[in-house]
Design a protein around this ligand. Sequence first.
Ligand SMILES: [Zn+2]
Length: 385
Amino acid sequence: MKLHIERDELIALVQDLIRIDSVNPYLDADGPGEREMAVYLQAKLVEMGLEVRLVPINETACNVIGMLRGTGGGKSLLLNGHMDTVSAKRMDIPPFEPVHEDGKIFGRGSQDMKGSLGAMIAAVEAIQKAGVRLAGDVILTFVADEEYKSIGTEELVKEYRADAAIVCEPSDLDIGVVHKGFAWISCEVRGKSAHGSRPKEGVDAIVHAGRVLQEIDKLSKQLMNKHHPILGSPSVHASLINGGTELSTYPDYCRLDWERRTIPGESKQDVEKEVAAILQKLHDEDESFRASAELFFWRDPYEVSIEEPIFLTLEVACRNRLGRVPRISGFSGWTDAALIQEAGIPTVLFGPTGAGLHGAIEYVETESLVDMAAILAETICEFCR
Ligand SMILES: [Zn+2]
């Protein structure tokens, strides 16, 4: 079968997407959110003849779903990409006026991940133009808010099921199969306020918070003994600290927040126990140490087996197109793949090459988008036939 990616159409589509500001308003108050982008994509998917739904989530956020129905009896495949971007302030290039130069498309979201959204669409168009009739459904999902709290994919997995999924985050045309999870912990250390000249009456909450920091430092060294073959060690770091009232007073309160990055096999309960053990130890050493802590946000780590049919199918398509064996890779950051995998859908990560995601100069490499679209098209045809 002949699957042809319309290169110029793909480039024009990605440039159109970059022109639409979809900065996440939870990250940058001036960001408009995903609504305009969603309306644009909705029109595009309707034009392609897909079954289309625009699913509002709140005033600015929504998902767009485009379904290419199969004839029945085949396996279904869900492709996922987020429409939002991080802030476009502090960029060294015009964020929403895409320039195509030296085989690169520049602009905010070009690599993360409007290039991928274009490639997802180009893949389905190639299948349609080739006249291929698939047995299984292809579900194109364009979601909101991945860069903040992933409310888009959270909504999506409540309603949609598929036999496998590809999250099209940039992976340098390798296949991502694992990434870390994370936990956010807030700790309130209680002291006793007193005049600065009366040490017997005061308990210094900030100094006590310093003891917690020392334990975090020890923990970060202990965590190096844990190891994942692709991700390496889990980690912990202090993030925020706040306390004290004025120079001449013993502080009665200090709040300390930290982040723990986890590897597969580490559970929320494990991290909660680790936190409790730190506070218990400090209290045992000094009865005047009083603190409480809460694990207030948790995201699971993600890992998929390389025996999964979607991995194997995608790997063959990569080899056919690129003439090389794709690397089995890990992502440094967290992605929506964790939520989709958690919902029981085997999920891999696959996307283009480029640089500068979240940075001052962001670009995606044009040929990698064409390759990506061709690889997705072949993967869909094999997986859903
Ligand atoms: Zn992304």
